[in-house]
Ligand binder design. Structure first.
Ligand code: SF4
Ligand code: SF4
Length: 242
């Protein structure tokens, strides 16, 4: 099985939330208590039981309202910074499937609160979530059980507008770049979000910050300051010992 990727064309997203519901259903995740907060986004954020969330953002352009929709989820990073941290905290908490590249959290492996926080901070897209009750972490699984059987992830299968695609990475990159060229005719600022680093490639038609604060990676290197410091100090330590 080849390396896999998603392509999410936000210009085709109508915020129907079919992907969000299909994700809940396939993963047998319960509904989350929520309330009206003055916009249509529901629930408020990702959680241990919400792996996919369609984020709504409203702006004014030339006196008219502009809606931007962002179906947020784990990006299944090529080199996942979350795993780099978790490996040193709780062995087996995060695995990466060699065939597809899917980054899988094992919710049965317990993490201490502080270790989870460090893992979450390492994620440039603020994805990992934790259960205080069980001590496990959870997020999008790429529907690896479906994908291994040759099926599409539940969200992609459900999307009625063609906003979500899934397949071999090379094909998804090709599709994303082709669509980007089309969209840029009308939206000159259109871009792909971190396509070289992630397996969930979003096409955005406007400034990424208008969609969501972590629509593109929140830090350039995808590592925390603590991790960066550790990497810098590693050769120095070796020098001292040698
Ligand atoms: S998006 Fe975050 S949680 Fe997902 S693989 Fe990348 S670092 Fe890990
Ligand atoms: S199912 Fe498709 S159109 Fe509906 S919210 Fe999800 S990505 Fe957007």
């Amino acid at each position: 099985m080849a390396d896999k990727s998603f392509f999410v064309d936000t210009t085709k997203c109508t915020a129907c939330r079919g992907c969000q519901i299909a994700c809940k259903q396939w993963n047998k995740n319960p509904g989350t208590k929520t309330y009206q907060r003055g916009n249509h986004q529901n629930p408020e954020d990702l959680s241990f039981f919400t792996f996919k969330l369609v984020r709504f953002s409203e702006h004014e352009v030339d006196g008219n309202p502009q809606w931007l929709f962002f179906p947020d989820q784990c990006r299944h990073c090529l080199t996942p910074p979350c795993k780099e941290v978790a490996d040193s905290k709780a062995k087996g908490a995060i695995l990466q499937d060699e065939a597809t590249g899917a980054v899988i959290f094992n919710p049965k492996v317990k993490m201490k609160r502080a270790d989870f926080q460090e893992t979450r901070e390492a994620c440039p897209y603020d994805i990992p979530r934790w259960s205080e009750k069980t001590g496990g972490m959870a997020k999008c699984t790429m529907c690896i059980d479906r994908v291994k059987e040759g099926l599409l992830p539940a969200c992609v299968k459900t999307c009625p507008t063609g906003a979500m695609s899934f397949g071999d990475r090379e094909q998804m990159l090709e599709k994303a770049n082709k669509r980007l060229a089309e969209v840029q005719i009308k939206f000159k600022d259109a871009m792909l979000a971190n396509p070289d680093d992630v397996r969930v490639i979003f096409l955005l038609a406007d400034d990424p910050k208008k969609y969501y604060k972590t629509a593109v990676a929140a830090n350039t290197f995808g590592i925390t300051r603590k991790m960066a410091l550790k990497r810098i100090l590693r050769p120095l330590r070796n020098l001292t010992i040698g």
